[in-house]
Design a protein around this ligand. Sequence first.
Ligand SMILES: Cc1cc2nc3c(=O)[nH]c(=O)nc-3n(C[C@H](O)[C@H](O)[C@H](O)COP(=O)(O)O)c2cc1C
Length: 179
Amino acid sequence: MNKIVIFFSHAGDNYNVGNIEVGNTKIVADYISELTGADQYEIVTHKYDGMAYMPLIELAKKEAADGELPPYEGKAPDLGQYDTVFIGGPVWWGTYPQVMFTLFKDINLDGKTVIPFTTHEGSGLANCVSDVKKAFPKAKVTAGWSIYGHEVQADRDRSGANGASGSGKAKVEKWIKGL
Ligand SMILES: Cc1cc2nc3c(=O)[nH]c(=O)nc-3n(C[C@H](O)[C@H](O)[C@H](O)COP(=O)(O)O)c2cc1C
């Protein structure tokens, strides 16, 4: 079984965690790769670099309302060799950040097992699973999984690096084992 984690994560000023060096979702993506051997593709945009939390909230709100599709850096991944695709990102205004939907338009997940996950601060999976199902009607989209962003960030604070054994990592491990 070939697996890949496709994710977006915003480092910098964020809700509940201050100015973070590594985004919450990236910490989870790294745990998934460590635990399953999955490859990674990170969706990158420089649109939000250096933005403070409040202006970012406003910008993201407008992007979502307008259905904007901001471009990502580089090329879409070649997914031919993968049968399982984890998709992860933060919840922004009730769904994934718009730049993830830009990538979704450029990839084909027909017939693949798709496992959505989010990091959030109260909304859980919000609309992410249904929006992934809409984007990929011919994929086998599973139930999805979510975790509080500050919980995985706290793991990192303890160790100064990914790979800590805090409660966030333990939860990711339990989820992965149950798949
Ligand atoms: C623009 C923006 C919008 C957000 N909207 C929500 C939301 O609707 N629901 C929620 O639970 N958390 C929301 N959050 C909090 C993030 O989902 C949470 O901090 C997440 O762990 C960030 O992950 P990241 O560090 O990988 O980007 C929002 C954060 C930002 C920056």
